[in-house]
Design a protein around this ligand. Sequence first.
Ligand code: GLN
Ligand code: ZN
Length: 764
Amino acid sequence: MIPAINLGFPRMGAARELKKALESFWQGKTDEKFLLETAAGLRKRHWDLQKDAGIRAVPCNDFSFYDQVLDTAFLLGCVPQRHRAVGAEGSLAVYFSMARGSKDAPAMEMTKWFDTNYHYIVPEFEKDMLFRLSGDKVFAEYEEAKAQGLNAVPVLVGPVTFVLLGKAKHEGFSVKDTVAKLVPVYAEILKKLAEMGAAEVQLDEPCLVTDLSEEARAACKAAYEALAGAAPGLGIRLATYFGALGDNAGLAFSLPVDSVHVDLCRAPEQLEACIDAAGKTGKALSLGLVDGRNVWRNDLSASLALLEKAAAKLGKDRVRVGPGCSLLHVPVDLELEESLDAELKGWMAFAKQKLAEIALLARGAHEGRDAIAMELAASDAAQAARKSSPRIHNAEVEKRLAAVSSAMLARTSPFAARAEAQRAGFGLPVFPTTSIGSFPQTPAIREARAGFKAGSLDAAAYEAAMKKEIAEVVRFQEEIGMDVLVHGEAERNDMVEYFGEQLQGFAFSKHGWVQSYGSRCVKPPIIYGDVARPRPMTVAWSAYAQSLTRKIMKGMLTGPVTILQWSFVRDDQPRAATCRQIALAIRDEVADLEKAGIRVIQIDEPAIREGLPLRRAGWAAYLKWAVEAFRLSSCTVKDATQIHTHMCYSEFNDIIEAVAAMDADVISIETSRSQMELLDAFVNYKYPNEIGPGVYDIHSPRVPAAQEMVALLEKARGVLKPEQIWVNPDCGLKTRGWPEVKAALAHMVQAAETMRARETAAAA
Ligand code: GLN
Ligand code: ZN
């Protein structure tokens, strides 16, 4: 039999049971016993589901109370000193303290897992950290599965990826030494698993699809050589995903492991080379053919052809078939989506459906195409229907795209001339103040939105409620003396969903939750067809807000790259093409806002940096289309109309040239937490346009004194020209409460006034 395998399953449960159990445990509403029982129930359900789908070796230890990288740190004794005192070794108290912080121990950092929207806890490597086996989760889960009649495959983050994802907290840290110190602990784990009866273990090494240093490659070689003899009889599956092995292919296949898993969804071009390498080295090749990062139904015929090719060359006993990567990144079950129409559903597959696809492929390759003839025919029909569906193709959009000219990608005049026109038109003081867009989302606002959606609040009542909110934020901003106002974004649930819901080519699931971090889940929109904007999306709200004030009202939009990045996207055309379509839709909105008298328009692009490809070689091409999409969306306006953009949680050094090429008149960035350090990239580059370096952290309810903000602004003033500087918070204020927002923004305006007074005094 060709084994149908799985690399990992979503943990939360179709009804987000784990999220609820975790949050009620953290709030002290339920006890540890309830949490453990909920978790065990979910694991059982998910194992059953995989077994019933025909997955031969199901994974275990892919479950987590928070994150698998944190689990690995915990297991290896990689626990920072500050968390050790919180509770007994191996206790949930220590575990959650690492994840979320506790009284005297701030949480560990969190960052994005490769190019996904999943966040992992960043391991910390302290001096003289003593690594040793200090948890039993992996063994307990293995036993638990066994009790249910399954010889599961325990999954661990491999030693090289684990170390490369971590952060050194001491001088003299070395990747090689740290991996070497961890290997004996891994060896002990493998040995114990083998003794318990495990036949195979999966070591996840997605770092093998990234650019590796010579040191990391040597560390990898040494680690796996040392592990090879640790547990005789236990097979090692080296799992790689999220891209092509590329220049690491030789390394991966030279390691003493039993099978190598490769992601053929993201990198189908590597199949031939991998078949060759597996052939030469006598390894089994595990083919990742079902997309673990997207929601589309598999093209079974096409996948089967690849599998057949591998089986013909290597022999059936030397191939396996599975998802490209863990199914963690897709929702659980399409069957629950009652509100998606049948046609769209016919094109999709969530985790449960993907398992069935994997099993079918294994069967088709083993028994021959005839054995799954009906399923193949259904798959072919679904592919053909999707390809030719009028819901995917919009001739109008395709015509407009073809007509995009280079003139549409550039403003009429260079920045200097635009700045002059804007200065003359706006009459703003130096150090103008503004905010990033959203104001607190109060329970009343949420209730009104929910009521409108559910139909209990009619359109007129909803509009009146939103207008009242807008009027209040406008009045407040006038009172404290802000210069460029915003309408507050009360009508928006989410900065991507809000636009997706008004655009053609987008669909929304009801239960399509995907873990983002810890207990937090997101429900990404699904872009299935050509994107078009049937009518204005924000103009009425912005125009209403402008009608209430003589000050400048800023229009607020989400940029094309961010909309793309935070959605499930089409797999039948390049991301760049989809992005360009979104850009055209945003461009129309920008033009309509300008026509309606909005003279400052902000297009948020917080996700530009996270879209960077994993390999440096792919950066230039990505940045080119991403910048072009932003320019296409923004460059329709007159010189005198000012374009802003906003980016948060970004490191700018790598992308500063692209940021400059976006040519926004003003960019606001998050800089307060780094004490303006993130401004360095702009300073070193001599960034020519205007910048609003965030002067206060919006992630905390703390209200900074005006003096603190003045100190940050002085730092900025030291390295930038005064006429370049805007004064604003780090990001939107929607998660904050009104009392702190009122106080903090009032202090911010005072800080700007202090700066202006100093400027005048210096000139006199
Ligand atoms: N305009 C958005 C807001 O203020 C920006 C959010 C973001 O950058 N993530 O909420
Ligand atoms: Zn932001």
